[in-house]
Design a protein around this ligand. Structure first.
Ligand code: BTN
Length: 258
């Protein structure tokens, strides 16, 4: 399992080394194995195929070999950045901005870790914290509508479908890594507010009726007045981020959860 190594010279914190594999069980698992090696911090691990790709909440992440960008970055952020809401927002905004550049379409962030184009999932993020922080992402590049239908993934889409032409995987990798690096550099410089406003705008939920599930099992419904890395405010109250269950803020349209 010897990787092909490439290096980007235009990034500051991540992607200075990129290890590319034909096949691994999971790029997240691979990155985590290097968490105690300071020389590997900032390394991007890429695979054309994963045999045991993992999603959130123990789900499986499957993609036809070569169809998607599958990568993980190993980081050692300062403690103040080791908050799931900040790390997920950073990755989601970076992917959305890369999508805009690659395919000329605007992706929406579906709370907390999915990116949607036209309501269909194009990317998912899996952040795992142990000795280091591993940020994994899958971005659908060149799957077709027929392929998703056959796999019974009718709620999925790819950049190729959105853009109407094939996306070059090497270009996609370079673009995503550059946007991740830009955002991370700004976060390290303490520029949270800029990221927060990009994240808010991409969520598309401000002013919408939303349903929020809280850790105590209760749920609240109301128009979303504001959201930040600290909490959300709806008509009926304010809730700290830590009091909200993961995957539990949803827009409601005509009684249907969006
Ligand atoms: C989700 O939507 O549930 C998150 C999916 C994350 C998938 C990526 S693919 C690269 C990295 N390696 C993994 O095993 N998972 C993440």
């Amino acid at each position: 399992m010897t990787p092909r190594e490439i290096r980007y010279s235009n990034t500051r914190h991540l992607g200075l080394t990129v290890w590319m594999f034909d096949e691994v069980p999971s790029t997240n698992d691979l990155a985590a194995r290097f968490a105690l090696d300071p020389a590997r911090i900032g390394t991007v691990f890429v695979a054309a195929n994963q045999t045991h790709g993992r999603g959130q909440y123990g789900r499986i992440w499957q993609a036809r070999p070569g169809s998607s960008l599958l990568l993980s970055v190993l980081l050692a952020p300062p403690i103040k950045l080791r908050r799931p809401v900040i790390l997920t927002a950073w990755a989601a905004v970076a992917i959305a901005e890369a999508i805009s550049e690659l395919a000329g379409v605007e992706a929406r962030i579906k709370w907390p870790n999915d990116l949607l184009i036209g309501g269909k999932k194009v990317s998912g993020i899996l952040i795992e914290q142990g000795a280091g922080v591993v940020v994994g992402l899958g971005l659908n590049l060149n799957q077709t509508v027929e392929e998703f239908a056959e796999a019974e993934l009718r709620d999925a889409t790819s950049l190729g479908i959105a853009n109407g032409s094939n996306i070059d995987p090497a270009l996609a990798l370079g673009t995503v890594v550059r946007h991740l690096d830009d955002g991370y550099t700004r976060l390290l410089a303490g520029e949270h507010r800029d990221l927060e406003s990009r994240w808010k705008r991409r969520s598309g939920l401000l002013g919408q009726s939303v349903r929020i599930e809280l850790n105590d099992g209760s749920a609240r419904v109301g128009r979303l007045r504001d959201m930040s890395f600290d909490g959300v405010e709806i008509e009926t109250g304010e809730f700290a981020i830590d009091a909200i269950r993961p995957e539990s803020i949803r827009g409601m349209t005509a009684n249907r959860l969006a």
